[in-house]
Write a protein that binds this ligand. Structure first.
Ligand code: ATP
Length: 304
């Protein structure tokens, strides 16, 4: 684990999995109303900010070549937003380093995590101590999943996912199968719209059975309630994910689901031992690039 260099601030930020992702019809602004049950999982990026002459971004880690290092990086946008909001002369003059462990474009909110991490790290570096409610507002401007990356734990996201209500959640064990290549979230929503054409789309609502299972910490109960309305769209764009899902459940996972917009797949397992077994079987199956083992829930963006 890295620690902040002298004069720098490091923040650790978790990935997320959606145990329920209910998607409503497309709104006039193009977004969809969601009922999104988020869990923060123990798979982290670390974002370090240090004072510099100008805004620069570097990234390390196995997928770092897929991360943009220009001003489109969500961490850079977060630093610029906070600097502008506080009228800092010289703007966001920081070097941002992202130690990336969350799969890129994998449906686990990796970019959102870096946005939330950079926002908190710059806030501390600049001694601003912005109230959490204000930080959450800025997170929502950066992206629908960014507020949850800051908050962590377990939460219901409504609106386009950015309006959060914390939830009670017991502890659960997960295996993630990381696919080759990413899937674009907007493309998956467009496919959802195409598949939904001519169908009545109900208002998205959190499932009471799922919320009860989450609070109980009973993995068998949760396994029966996992639901992702984006899964058919992700499978339509990436049919081979069906093989990954089948391999994970054949290996003893209690349930498997596409994580968010995919293409990462998430498998709920009973305990550490089952996690190791399912991960090994998934890697041997040749249906994914690699696997990660994690638990939920875990804290949101945290200074380390
Ligand atoms: P979500 O689950 O929120 O839909 P995701 O996990 O599928 O997101 P990300 O890893 O956030 O996807 O990356 C989506 C795209 O965002 C990438 O392809 C990349 O071009 C861009 N991006 C911008 N900033 C970052 C960042 N800090 N890390 C990774 N990708 C970033």
């Amino acid at each position: 684990m890295s620690t902040a260099p002298a004069g720098g601030v490091t923040v650790r930020v978790p990935a997320k999995v959606n145990v329920q992702l209910a998607v409503g019809a497309a709104r006039p602004d193009g977004f969809h109303d969601l009922a999104n049950v988020f869990l923060a999982v123990s798979l982290y990026d670390e974002v370090t900010v240090t004072p510099a002459d100008a805004l620069t971004v570097t990234c390390s880690g196995p997928d770092s070549d897929q991360v943009p290092l220009d001003r489109t990086n969500l961490a850079a946008r977060a630093a610029e937003l906070l600097a502008a909001r506080n009228g800092r002369p010289g703007g966001a003059a920081v070097h941002i380093h992202i130690a990336k462990n969350i799969p890129v474009a994998g449906g686990m909110a990796g970019g959102s995590a870096d946005g939330a991490g950079a926002l908190l790290a710059c806030d501390r570096l600049w001694g601003l101590d912005t109230p959490v409610a204000e930080l959450l507002g800025m997170c929502a401007e950066l992206g629908s999943d960014v507020p949850f990356s800051l908050l962590g734990g377990a939460a219901l996201g409504t609106g386009r996912g950015e309006l959060l209500t914390p939830l009670d959640a017991g502890s659960f064990h997960w295996v993630f199968a990381v696919a080759d290549g990413g899937l674009s979230t907007p493309a998956v929503f467009r496919e959802f719209d195409r598949l939904a054409e001519g169908r009545e789309i109900p208002e998205p609502q959190a499932s009471p059975a799922l919320l009860a299972a989450l609070a109980s910490g009973d993995p068998d109960a949760l396994a029966g309630t996992l639901a992702n309305d984006l899964q058919p769209a992700a499978l339509s764009l990436r049919p081979q994910l069906a093989r990954t899902l089948a391999a994970g459940t054949a290996a003893g996972a209690l349930a498997g689901i596409v994580s968010g917009s995919g293409p990462t797949t998430a498998f709920l397992v009973r305990d550490d031992e089952a996690a190791a077994k399912v991960a090994a079987a998934l890697e041997a199956s040749g249906t994914c690039r690699t696997t990660r083992i994690a638990t939920s829930p875990t804290a949101g963006a945290t200074r380390i």
